[in-house]
Structure formats: structure tokens, C-alpha cells
Design a protein around this ligand. Structure first.
Ligand code: AOS
Ligand code: ZN
Ligand code: ZN
Length: 430
């Protein structure tokens, strides 16, 4: 039986007070879309089928290397994180899966954890491995690299950790492993740039060999940080080359914050898809670098253009089309639940807007080299306020019309502040 975290009655009365206004806005938008030949209910049905995973670590407050400012009632264990993720899903109805991270989310009994999540209405998404930090008691250090380290023992330890992540993932019902390594250098000459990639490929192949048949290995590239001169898997070029070398189960994962400034990310999406290597996304936004700001908060137009390419890809599948969508951002100054509710809405909204693009008109304008008309076709979809569609889909799925307001009214965080242990007093493996 499901044990949803928030009171269903409370959500219903929240909606009851708002449903009349929503109907009015939905019907008005429906008429406007109807004049454009679009059936609003069909768009709503598409939105209802859309989902994005949330990262377990995103439920806690993030921070920078300078400081971290926890909030009262913040989750510290994976159990508490799951409960918060269940709140996000119950209210937003678009985040049914949690992407766990190891060793941060280690428990003794993964079958029990899977049941615990299922009872909360959640499943597990891609497993994230971690060879970018040293854990207490760890035999060898990742200071000089992990999968690409010069030391064979370090590489073996990193491979072993990833294989363990796959094993844990099987128990959790996941079917993808996301591998991001911070490996790289801070000085010219520090490492041989060619040989470090060779070592990475050899070690990654050992992880790949341990993948079950129906699993995917998602390679996440990142231009810089923690290494500031060179990173082994620095860009989509390195990523696709590695994925091609590893084999068909290896795909590329695009984190929106991991590119050189001003790079055309939507074109990267189209390229990766063209070669059957588009594996998934880490959604976030950024202003300067990998600053992991909330999705859609800085450049919502880019998010729309990314989804525009994703819909093109969906309509023209190559080797199938099944990218794993996940939020990966750092909530340094907000309540993480509120940030993820609002981000999930921004992401679903970009998907909805991109679904409104008149593909025939776009193709005709492109064929006729009518640049302005092609652009305006995209602009028209982008300018449409899809929030009534999102809210209606949410309400019909049992969520809240104004999810952040409903969350605040629920008093969840204040309640948890009474029950939960403060950050820093955590219990380790639970
Ligand atoms: C790091 O910059 C990446 O975005 C990774 O996805 C990382 O594993 C994740 O942020 C958890 O720390
Ligand atoms: Zn990421
Ligand atoms: Zn990142």
C-alpha cells in the first residue's frame, strides 16, 4: 500500500479553491491553440506522460567549497531524502524516479530500500558512481585520478566501485550507470594527455563488461572542475569517441552546465542523436560555469531549444529514442523541495512548449530557406504560456495546482525540523 507523505485531502482542498480559475485559463488557452490547429487535451496527455528523475543528493542543501548553510529539517539519510522526493512527486506528479548516488546512499538492505521507495510512489533511475572523492577508510586515494589514474591499483579500485554500483542498481531495479569522473590535470605536463585517455578507456571497458544486457552506461563529460587545466572526458567529442569505442550500451550524457561558455548545446544534442549516442541529461542552468543553478532560471530559451531537438529526435528515432532525464543542480539558498518542484515544472514546460512547434510549417520554411518564418515558428511555440496545461495535468494526476504554495501550506519542513537530526550529526550507513 502506498504511504504518500502529504495529506490527499489537503491537496484536494488546495485544488478546489483554484480549479475554477484554472478551468477558465485552460479553456481560453484551448481556444487559442485550437485556432492554431492544436488540440490542448492531446498536449496535456503528452505532458502527463512526461517525467524527469530527481537526484537523491538534490534533496539536501548544496554549497560551495567556501561554505554550506544547512536548513532545519533537511534530510541527511537516504530514507529522509526519499521522503522529500516523494513530496516533490506527490505535488508535481512529474518526478516518479530518484537517481541515487554511491557511496552517499549506501544502506544494508537494498531490496528493502526499493520497497520503501515503491511505497512512497517512487522508483530508481540511473545509478551515479563516485570516484571523485575519497571515502573514510578507502584503501587508495583518487587524488591523482580514478578510472584514468596512472596507478593500476587505483584504476582497479575505481572499476570495482562502478561494478558494485551496477550490482546495487540491479537490486534497486535501475538499468543505467552514470559515470562522471573528475580525472584530469591542473598543470600542463602533469600527465600525458593521450595515455590518460587510454587508461580511462581500458578501465571503462571493464565496467562496461559488467553491465547486464538491458543496461546502459552513460558517460557524463565536463569541461573543467575539479581539474582546471585538462579533464579526461572534457567534452562531447571525447564522450562520443569513448562511447563508440566502448560499444552500443555506452551513451553520452549531457549535463547542461558542463560545456564551454556559449556552446550550442542543442546542436550537440542533435549530433549525439544522429550517431545513436544520446543517452541522457542532467538538467540545471548556469551563468558562468558549472554553477548548477535551478533549471530554467537563467536561460529558459536554451532549455526550450534543447527540447525542440529532443522532439525532432523523437520523431526521427535512430537506434530508438530513450534518453534518461534527470535534474542535477545544487540548491544553496532555497528549500531543495521548492527548487525541484519549480525546476521540474520548468523542464516539463520546455517539453510542452517544444511539443507545440508546428513541425510542418518549420520544415516548409526550412525547405524554402525562409529564415524569418522558420524562426518565428519556433518563437510562436516558445511564447505560449503553457502553465494551465501543466497545472491541469498535475491536478488530474493528484498533484497540486500551485505546488510550491501547497508545499508551504503543508508545513512539511517545519514538521521535519522537529523530527530529523541536524546536518552533521548524521549516522553514516543506515
Ligand atoms: C559533476 O559536476 C556532475 O554534474 C555529476 O553529475 C556529479 O556526479 C553529480 O553532480 C553528483 O555530485
Ligand atoms: Zn551532472
Ligand atoms: Zn556538474
Amino acid at each position: 500500500a502506498k504511504e504518500l507523505p502529504l495529506s490527499v485531502d489537503q491537496i484536494e482542498s488546495h485544488n478546489a479553491a483554484r480549479v475554477e480559475a484554472l478551468r477558465d485559463e485552460y479553456d481560453s488557452l484551448g481556444r487559442a491553440l485550437g485556432r492554431r490547429g492544436i488540440d490542448i487535451d492531446a498536449v496535456k496527455a503528452r505532458v502527463a506522460g512526461f517525467s524527469v528523475a530527481v537526484p537523491s543528493w538534490g534533496a539536501g542543501r548544496g554549497g560551495t567549497r567556501f561554505a554550506k548553510f544547512p536548513i532545519a529539517g533537511e534530510p541527511t539519510t537516504i530514507h529522509e531524502k526519499l521522503a522529500d522526493c516523494a513530496v516533490i512527486h506527490q505535488l508535481s506528479t512529474v518526478t516518479p524516479r530518484v537517481s541515487p548516488h554511491f557511496p552517499w546512499d549506501k544502506v544494508r538492505d537494498y531490496a528493502a530500500l526499493r520497497e520503501e521507495a515503491a511505497a512512497l510512489g517512487l522508483g530508481f533511475d540511473a545509478i551515479n558512481s563516485n570516484t571523485f572523492q575519497d571515502q573514510p577508510g578507502q584503501k587508495l586515494s583518487y587524488r591523482d585520478g580514478s578510472l584514468s589514474a596512472g596507478d593500476a591499483g587505483v584504476r582497479a579500485q575505481a572499476v570495482e566501485h562502478n561494478v558494485e554500483c551496477i550490482e546495487i542498481g540491479r537490486q534497486l531495479g535501475a538499468s543505467a550507470l552514470t559515470v562522471w569522473v573528475g580525472d584530469g590535470t591542473n598543470f600542463p605536463g602533469q600527465q600525458d594527455l593521450a595515455k590518460s585517455l587510454d587508461r580511462y578507456l581500458e578501465a571503462a571497458a571493464q565496467v562496461y563488461a559488467a553491465l547486464p544486457d538491458d543496461w546502459r552506461m552513460l558517460l557524463e563529460h565536463k569541461m573543467f572542475e575539479p581539474a582546471f587545466y585538462s579533464t579526461v572526458i572534457s567534452d562531447w567529442g571525447s564522450s562520443i569517441l569513448a562511447a563508440q569505442e566502448l560499444g552500443p550500451k555506452a551513451k553520452c550524457l549531457v549535463d547542461l552546465g558542463h560545456h564551454a561558455p556559449n556552446v550550442n548545446i542543442e546542436q550537440i544534442v542533435a549530433r549525439l542523436h544522429r550517431f545513436g549516442k544520446l543517452g541522457g541529461f542532467h538538467f540545471n542552468d548556469s551563468k558562468y560555469g558549472d554553477d548548477d543553478l535551478d533549471s530554467g532560471s537563467i536561460n529558459p530559451h536554451q532549455l526550450f531549444l534543447v527540447f525542440n531537438e529532443l522532439i525532432e529526435a523523437e520523431l526521427n528515432p535512430r537506434d530508438g529514442f530513450d534518453p534518461a532525464y534527470m535534474i542535477d543542480q545544487s540548491h544553496n539558498v532555497t528549500d531543495p523541495i521548492e527548487s525541484m518542484i519549480s525546476s521540474a515544472e520548468a523542464i516539463a514546460g520546455a517539453f510542452a512548449k517544444a511539443s507545440l512547434v508546428d513541425r510542418e510549417a518549420l520544415a516548409a520554411a526550412q525547405q524554402a530557406n525562409d529564415t524569418m518564418l522558420a524562426f518565428l515558428t519556433l518563437r510562436k511555440a516558445y511564447r505560449t504560456d503553457v502553465s494551465p496545461i501543466l497545472a491541469m495535468a498535475r491536478m488530474e494526476a493528484g498533484g497540486a495546482i500551485d505546488a510550491v504554495v501547497a508545499y508551504r501550506d503543508s508545513g512539511w519542513r517545519a514538521r521535519k525540523a522537529q523530527e530529523r537530526m541536524a546536518v552533521g550529526l548524521g549516522a553514516g550507513i543506515v
